[in-house]
Design a protein around this ligand. Structure first.
Ligand code: NAP
Length: 493
């Protein structure tokens, strides 16, 4: 039986679209992109909370082959990223392959037919030769299981489901969470509210944000002379790369940089908050780099406002009209904002059930063994399958580096498969093990294992205490590797 599709891609964010662009370049036109949401763009469609913006300079946060000269700011607002995603989908003719509101349940490898069967809630299953999951890392919202939360009588908004029609003006609001999302959101909404109470479990490092509008003449220059934007990208990427390699990956050798960054964040806090007790509460007690740091010039000063309160007493329970902390004090609220992030390790790896050869369940296998994926894209016993949001896949910083590395990997892999006259590939267990050993060893020097991270509660760590997201190599090394990995790390049939 010939499968219905050459490839099914799950997810229409930048990862899924990058895979689709690459597959089309490779001559596969019979593609299906299945998307859970009602529109494309992944993170940048789902997240629409006030203050949303990139936290990697926009020149770097885009496909290198599709620069956008018209970013309005150094750190573009989220709506511009969504528009950029729409532009990419149109230009590369991807929309025709997309089906929205399609919740993929799972995928099963058929060894006889050498294809995948993909099951979709409320629709007929589809068959495909190749399967790509591009479901993102931060795509399963974490809704905290706080006692009494279901009894809350007011409005609850998770930041991934922002309700634009709900007027926050004059409301008494609680925000739970102080991660990157909260750092962007809190300064935006605070001036609108009667009272804002921020429930902080773990403080976050916040460094100054070197943001600003990109003047129109510069945008025109980028459009007319793309090399100028490429130069800006190179300069930005190099600086990020230096930080990433030294402060994160080589913490053992270069932790002076982490201490320097923490000193900058402390000085930032000192300049912006005069109350020593408030400063103490806002100062993290773990090393800079254990958790993704944030950038903001407006987060700390927000806590100086008379209508904003920082609560560090742990939440005991939620009642219909307020939140009670462990000390017994109650704050009355009418709106509860959950800036509580995402669940990566229970529900996201993988985001759908994937059953490979011999009935092997990817999620079960990862949990019973270790989370692993060769070069962050493929897994033994899972033929013709590429998993983009994988353990040890993320090159750090701009996610587009990871996407383009994976696109390059696909090009080499499919090229080798065709050369072998085959249409099935599967990574060998030996190559997979060698990659796992290599990343494990390299991560040994990183801030995650050498730093003081116990109190960071960082989502970089999984349930076994392993920091299994980051691919611990330089961007250059990752790119080189994607273009030169031994093609016999795969078997072809
Ligand atoms: P996050 O970093 O995981 O932060 C979630 C926050 O909620 C943490 O402060 C966490 O406290 C708190 N929390 C969770 N469950 C809780 C509970 N039961 N009780 C009390 N507090 C609870 O999530 P995020 O802020 O959404 O950011 C996630 C990632 O998204 C970022 O690291 C970044 O990579 C990305 N992001 C990027 C941008 C951007 O590029 N512009 C913007 C936003 C987010 P603990 O720390 O104590 O667990």
């Amino acid at each position: 039986m010939t499968p219905q599709f050459d490839a099914v891609i799950v997810g229409s964010g930048f990862g899924g679209m990058g895979a689709a662009i690459q597959l089309r370049r490779l001559g596969f036109d019979n593609l299906l992109i299945l998307e859970r949401e009602d529109d494309l763009g992944g993170t940048w469609h789902v997240n629409r909370y006030p203050g949303l913006a990139v936290d990697i300079a926009s020149v770097t946060y885009s496909y290198s082959f599709e620069p956008n000269p018209y970013w309005s700011r150094l750190f573009a607002p989220g709506a511009e990223l969504k528009r950029y995603a729409d532009h990419v989908a149109d230009k590369y003719e991807l929309r025709q392959h997309m089906r929205f509101n399609q919740v993929v349940q799972g995928a099963l490898w058929d060894d006889d037919g050498q294809h995948w069967t993909v099951s979709i809630v409320g629709a007929e299953p589809v068959t495909t030769r190749y399967l790509v999951t591009a479901t993102g890392f931060l795509s399963q919202p974490n809704t905290p299981d706080i006692p009494g939360i279901d009894s809350f009588a007011g409005k609850i908004i998770h930041t991934t489901k922002w309700d634009d029609s709900y007027d926050l003006r004059g409301k008494r609001v609680a925000v739970i969470g102080t991660g990157a999302t909260a750092v962007q959101l809190i300064p935006e909404i605070a001036p609108l509210l009667e009272e804002l109470t921020v429930y902080q479990r773990t403080a976050i490092w916040v460094t100054p944000k070197q943001d600003g509008a990109i003047p129109k003449p510069v945008q025109h220059l980028f459009a007319k002379l793309p090399i100028t934007q490429r130069a800006a990208r190179l300069a930005n990427t190099s600086a990020l790369e230096l930080l990433m390699i030294s402060a994160v990956l080589h913490f053992k050798q270069a932790n002076v940089l982490n201490r320097g960054a923490a000193a900058i964040a402390r000085a930032h806090l000192f300049r912006q908050v005069r109350d020593p007790e408030l400063r103490r509460k806002l100062t993290p007690d773990y090393d800079f780099g254990c958790k993704r740091p944030t950038f903001s010039n407006t987060y700390y000063p927000t806590f100086n406002r008379p209508n904003v309160h920082l609560e560090t007493d742990p939440i005991a329970r939620i009642e219909p009209d307020g939140i009670v902390t462990r000390s017994g004090s109650k704050t009355g609220i009418d709106t509860l904002v959950l800036a509580t992030g995402f669940n990566l390790w229970d529900t996201n790896f993988p985001a759908i059930e994937v059953i490979g050869r011999g009935g092997r369940s990817l999620g079960k296998w990862w949990r019973e063994n270790r989370f692993q994926a060769y070069e962050g894209v493929s897994v033994p016993m899972f033929p013709n399958y590429l998993t983009l949001a994988s353990p040890y896949s993320y090159s750090g910083l701009s996610y587009f580096t990871t996407i383009e590395t994976q696109m390059a990997h696909m090009k080499r892999l499919f090229g080798a498969m065709r050369k072998a006259g085959a249409d099935t590939f599967e990574v060998t267990p030996e190559a997979n093990q060698a990659y796992l050993d290599e990343v494990t060893e390299k991560l040994g020097d990183s801030v995650f294992y050498r730093g003081s991270c116990d109190t960071a509660r960082s989502y970089y760590y999984n349930q076994h205490g392993e920091a299994a997201i980051l691919r611990p190599t330089s961007t250059l090394a990752a790119i080189r590797q994607s273009r030169s990995f031994p093609t016999d790390d795969y078997v072809y049939a």
